[in-house]
Design a protein around this ligand. Structure first.
Ligand SMILES: [Zn+2]
Length: 301
């Protein structure tokens, strides 16, 4: 059976995947400062823990993959610039390995086994530490001319000179306001400290409400501009913060209405992923061997 690996900022999850079903899973901590060789050894060991002789492996990475199969860079894990992650793992595992951006891999899972059976064109929005996106157009999962399709976290939602700074180094990005750091910053404006968004979600009151208002408004502002371009069938949300969907949905819808060019562009369905937090490993397990690149810069499946 195929093994899917979902590489996150704090841990790396692995699963034995059969279609849309996860048969077994395991995880290992992400050793952020250990260097590429050690991290790749960890991933190979995780795969072998799940299956001694895997038929194929796919890995969803928190970064972008170029057409030549090399990683552009991993913003949160130093040392992976220009590393051919699939090739390195093939050497360690002796089986075909596919590699793709994590949100794009999750969009592949949604295309195959989730809302892709209802909607031909949608954007999968991942809400977590950062904001990611996977683009499905007319049934095709688009990875982009250079592997960057769906990097929606860096759509600008505030052009003021003093707009909040983003982890990417620019100011005013959607992620600067709707990502974890921006949400904790908003909470701190009320003199309160939280370590994660889950704590804020569990808290009641004005500060917690204001955080989810900021999340909904900044998402709606950015997503309205994306829908002005693409006129999608739906937005689909996944990632840990999507668990608080009902807290921010009204603000998201209101901002969409305020920013969309015409009313129908603000009325598209807003759905939660049908695959929950398994989309990453399921999508990864279905990646083609190699870089995932194919004709038209789409994932072949
Ligand atoms: Zn940014």
């Amino acid at each position: 059976m195929a093994i899917g690996i979902d590489w996150g900022g704090t841990n790396i999850k692995g699963a034995v995947v059969d279609g849309a079903n996860v048969r077994a899973s395991a995880s290992v901590d992400t050793r952020v400062d250990a260097g590429p060789a050690a991290v790749l050894d960890d991933i190979a060991a995780l795969v072998k823990q799940l299956e001694a002789k895997p038929e194929s492996v796919g890995i969803a990475i928190p970064g972008e993959v170029r057409d030549d199969g090399c990683c552009w860079r991993l913003p949160n894990v130093p040392g992976f610039e220009d590393v051919n992650i699939a090739g390195e793992l093939e050497k360690r595992l002796g089986c075909p390995v596919g590699v793709e951006n994590d949100a794009t891999a999750a969009a592949l899972a949604e295309r195959l086994y989730g809302w892709g059976n209802t909607y031909r064109s949608f954007l999968l929005v991942t809400l977590g530490t950062g904001i990611g996106g996977g683009v499905v157009l007319d049934g095709h999962v688009r990875r982009g001319a250079s592997g960057f399709a769906g990097e929606i976290g860096h759509v600008m939602v505030n052009s003021a000179p003093d707009a909040w700074e983003c982890g990417c180094g620019k100011r005013g990005c959607m992620e600067a306001y709707a990502g974890k750091a921006g949400l904790l910053r908003r909470y701190s404006e009320f003199g309160l400290i939280a370590e994660n968004v889950k704590q804020i979600a569990q808290a009641e009151g004005e500060a917690s409400d204001a955080v989810f208002q900021q999340l909904g408004e900044s998402l709606g502002t950015g997503l309205a501009q994306i829908n002005n371009v693409l006129d999608l069938d739906a937005f689909v949300f996944t990632g840990g913060v999507s668990g608080s969907f009902e807290r921010f949905e009204p603000h998201l819808r209101r901002a969409l209405k305020a920013r969309a060019f015409a009313p129908p562009l603000a009325e598209l369905p807003l759905q939660l992923s049908k695959l929950g937090n398994q989309a990453g490993v399921i999508g990864a397990a279905h990646l083609p061997a190699g870089s995932g690149a194919g004709p038209g810069h789409e994932i072949q499946f």
